[in-house]
Design a binder for this molecule. Structure first.
Ligand code: G6P
Length: 368
């Protein structure tokens, strides 16, 4: 199978721009859009009503997708979730208890630590659900149920479209679990499915920010460190933003829960280090704004990613404000992932690194 870059300079750019299409494809597989309901495939026979807890194991970007899903499962299905990177999960000997579901998330379906976590969970009598992009992979084969992400082959080492397809799939599962457990009403299901259905269009709008982000990336290419902040589901997205940047541009970056700023990273703030604040105008927006104020008060360079009402209420000088379209708060991580990816991408291109094959990294890590 020959995969081409088309008009794009790199596979990563192609894969970023493919997201509206492949996320629509993935959502089409799990949603009944006409009736605005979630519709999991027949072979996914998990009894969500009986579940007592969920554990999630994954590596890298897939782990951050899991961290976002934890917020969804807790909120919509009222299920306790524990999540860990697979390399820790497999050796921790964590007691997993009765009626537990383990979800493993993997683009390749071959990551050694994730596979070992799956086997540990099976030995501990958990049912195992795999969210994988390669449907024929070892992880898919060894799991009780498989929910494929229909992202198509991902070539760029830094994961982009697999991540947003993982989010789309995990959000559908959380809503289905909520319905089965009676914690999501039929009306809420309609609203959530309606919101998910909007994602491809919103992603297309977000891609329209690419030129603005490219300009901003010129200044990023000259910095040594970048800090990413967010709260709620924007916190794992901050971690993913930092990961994306360090993977392909080799600039040191850290993601932090905005509320933890004062417990350490605030010491790093000066007029040189950009601070990327991911803050849709949601329930925790005001809290994030007070953290942003702490950065501004110390002369920090702020890049704010928000929506029109967020931009209006921020009322602080920023180096740049990227204005995203308005959307339901449940789906912000899927759409806000795009400016985060584009920022890393354009920065790396300005720096002249090997974007699709960054040094020292492998697409699939089949050794420990
Ligand atoms: C490697 C890749 C990452 C990926 C991680 C997990 O580190 O470079 O992009 O997120 O492995 O891979 P998986 O295939 O399990 O999702």
């Amino acid at each position: 199978l020959m995969i081409e870059k088309g008009n794009h300079r790199h596979f990563m750019a192609k894969e970023i721009h493919e997201q509206p299409t492949v996320v629509a494809q993935t959502l089409g597989h799990y949603l009944d859009m006409a009736n605005e309901t979630v519709h999991l495939p027949g072979d996914v026979t998990i009894d969500f009503a009986r579940l007592e807890r969920i554990s999630i194991a994954a590596c890298g970007t897939a782990y951050y997708a899991g961290l976002i899903a934890k917020y969804w499962f807790e909120r919509y299905a009222r299920l306790p979730v524990e999540i860990d990177v697979a390399s820790e999960f497999r050796y921790r000997e964590a007691p997993l208890g009765d009626n537990g579901l383990t979800i493993v998330i993997s683009q390749s379906g071959e990551t050694a630590d994730t596979l070992a976590s799956l086997r540990y969970a099976r030995d501990e009598d958990q049912s195992v659900l795999a969210v994988v992009n390669v449907a024929t992979s070892t992880i898919a084969r060894e799991s009780d149920a498989v929910m494929p992400t229909l992202a198509g082959p991902e070539i760029g080492v830094a994961s982009t479209k697999a991540f947003t397809c993982q989010l789309a799939t995990l959000c559908a599962i959380a809503v289905a679990a909520g319905r089965a457990r009676g914690t999501v009403s039929a009306e809420e299901e309609r609203a959530l499915v309606g919101a998910l259905t909007e994602v491809p269009r919103l992603m297309n709008e977000a891609l329209g920010l690419s030129d603005e982000i490219e300009t901003l990336a010129r200044t990023f290419a000259k910095t040594r460190d970048v800090l990413y902040l967010g709260r709620g589901t924007s916190y794992p997205l901050a971690l993913e933003g930092a990961l994306k940047l360090k993977e392909i541009s080799y600039i040191h970056a850290e993601g932090y829960a905005a509320g933890e700023l004062k417990h350490g990273p605030i010491a790093l703030i000066d007029e040189n280090m950009p601070v990327v604040v991911i803050a849709p105008h949601d329930a925790v927006f005001d809290k994030t704004m007070s953290n942003m104020q702490e950065v501004a008060a110390r002369g920090g360079r702020i890049v704010l990613i928000t929506d029109a009402s967020g931009a209006k209420q921020a009322a602080l000088p920023t180096e740049a404000t990227l204005v995203m379209p308005d959307m339901h708060p449940a789906i912000t991580p899927l759409v806000y992932a795009l400016p985060i990816q584009l920022l890393a991408y354009h920065t790396a291109v300005h720096m002249g690194t090997d974007v699709d094959q960054p040094r020292n990294l492998a697409k699939s890590v089949t050794v420990e």
